[in-house]
Design a binder for this molecule. Structure first.
Ligand code: GLY
Length: 362
């Protein structure tokens, strides 16, 4: 079968791009070295929370905010096309400050963020109790971010698989792309088992992306930043908004399963769970949510955030039909809808025919 686009990496980024292209009638091959969505996309907590991540004006901020605004419609469309339910909740986030100094810094951050489109407002003591009765109440201050949301990334992946298949995307798992050779307006993608050709290719292989050699190009180096997470079985709807303090956070699925994170380690692709880091996350989570203090985590896991030298590899590699979509670091789940929109539009526009005359199935 001939393909219009071949995508290396079937995580949330690659799968979202595949879905968007296939919706426009393009014939898409989506390959993954392992199982679809099995790495960072399944490990991610699913924070859709720029308020906790964006502290200064940077080029990728717009993409994060644009994606957050796209999320409700993206989820609704994905649910409709896939027939799968997605646990998506827009309950906001509460950032807690435990000292006067922390509160001064947090208020100043909120004011800076307001200038680039992230609203927040201080909560009174009674508002904190009302929004988050289980949260620690003896705090120096609490800032509420009303637009923040959470999504279960595993639901997203289940739905993306179904939606991709419904649109005829060919998914091949256990196929590692080793090299891409751009030639005469097209690309040849090499795997151990086969060689594929198409007018365009996308590299969306997360922390593994720069292991793919692209002839004539030096790609931004991708590397993993490991994060540990733990999960507790709590009563459904007991947490309320996402709760956070710096890079410590708790969020709850509709089932009641409550995820606490996290850590950052540059240890390569080492999947070993570190008991000291897990204990530290439990201690930090207990500080914010005393209800988990005496609980044993029912799940513990690690994921590899896809970091990159520089900021976010997004766009077309010079003079090729190879598109880069990796390096989303702490915000891959958040930035999937916006990334998919931009890359799919770029590929369609550069096909030179406009969407009314795209190559595709009859
Ligand atoms: N986005 C949260 C994290 O990377 O832990």
């Amino acid at each position: 079968m001939a393909f219009d686009t071949i995508i290396a990496g079937a995580g949330i980024i690659g799968s979202s791009i595949a879905w968007r292209l296939a919706q426009q009638g393009l014939r898409v091959l989506l390959v993954d070295a392992g199982r679809m969505g099995a790495e960072a996309s399944s490990a991610g907590a699913g924070m859709l929370a720029p308020g906790g991540e964006i502290d200064e004006r940077l080029p990728w901020n717009d993409l994060a905010l644009e994606s957050l605004h796209l999320y409700p419609a993206f989820v609704a469309e994905l649910e409709e096309e896939s027939g799968c339910r997605i646990d998506f909740q827009r309950l906001g986030a509460i950032e807690l400050a435990l000292s006067g100094t922390e509160w001064t810094e947090l208020e100043a951050r909120g004011q800076r963020q307001a200038a680039f489109g992230i609203p927040s407002c201080p909560l009174t003591r009674s508002e904190l109790r009302q929004h988050a009765p289980l949260a620690r109440q003896d705090v120096a201050g609490a800032l509420f971010y009303p637009q923040d949301a959470v999504v279960d990334p595993r639901d997203m992946m289940t739905a993306l698989r179904a939606a991709c298949l419904a649109h005829g995307v060919e998914i091949r798992e256990g196929v590692r792309v080793t090299a891409i050779r751009p030639h005469a307006g097209a690309v040849r993608m090499e795997t151990a088992a086969a060689v594929f050709e198409a007018p365009a290719a996308v590299i969306a292989a997360g922390a593994w992306s720069s292991q793919i050699a692209v002839e004539g190009q030096t790609l931004p180096r991708a590397f993993p930043v490991r994060g540990h997470l733990i999960g507790y079985p709590l009563a459904p709807h007991s947490l309320g908004p996402l709760l956070r303090r710096g890079h410590t956070y708790l969020l709850q699925r509709n089932s009641g399963f409550t995820v606490a994170g996290t850590s950052s380690e540059q240890v390569g692709f080492d999947r070993t769970l570190d008991p000291a880091i897990l204990a530290d996350i439990h201690a930090r989570a207990s500080e914010l949510l005393p209800a988990v203090t005496g609980l044993l985590a029912s799940q513990r896991w690690v994921g590899f955030r896809p970091a990159v030298d520089g900021r976010l590899a997004l766009g077309r590699a010079a003079n090729t039909a190879v598109w880069l979509a990796y390096g989303h670091y702490r915000n891959g789940i958040l930035m999937a809808p916006g990334t998919a929109q931009r890359v799919a539009q770029g590929i369609i526009a550069s096909s030179g025919t406009g969407s009314s005359a795209l190559p595709g199935r009859p």
